[in-house]
Write a protein that binds this ligand. Sequence first.
Ligand code: OGA
Ligand code: MN
Length: 193
Amino acid sequence: MTINNLLDSLTTSGWYVWDDFLNTSEIQSIKDCIPDTLQEAKIGNGVSLQLNTNVRGDVTLWLDDDMGDPIKSYFNKMYDIRQELNAGLYLGLRDFETHFCRYKPGAFYQKHLDNPQSKSRRKVTTVLYMNEDWQTGDGGELVVYDREDTKLLELSPKAGRMIFFMSEQFPHEVLPTNTVRESIAGWFLNSVA
Ligand code: OGA
Ligand code: MN
């Protein structure tokens, strides 16, 4: 699990799973910065904002680097990775946006693309998992498909693990979770949509 593995794997397959990206205490200190009351996740943006629990049932909170040192160091880490991706893969990534997500038991997120038809600035998706005691049967797996809709992988949302994938290329879904499931999704953005 190194930055070079990430660069190689993003180049060859377009995705990469980095286990132990953060350790237990780093994850816990980020959680401690998150307020308990979160908004319902919304589909779309601007005036078309609407709640649609048939599509996704999580609640989210956009993160900012003034929300505490643990979140600031997460941003710094992602900043360093952005520099590496630009230096190694010439992706021209300019920004990073990221939100915390909490799925209550029964919640899921239907199969979707993070950047359908390349209409947004999202180039690389990251999802960091925060579930310390995740066990088989807890559900909430991330299932990733290729462009032909063939299942590529099913990933348990174990604490400290981070997945990276090209936002335009991989449909993915969150299977219904049986326990509270927490993650931080993020997107490296290029300069133009
Ligand atoms: C998303 C998403 C996946 C996950 O927020 O767009 O696909 O595993 N999240 O939390
Ligand atoms: Mn997604």
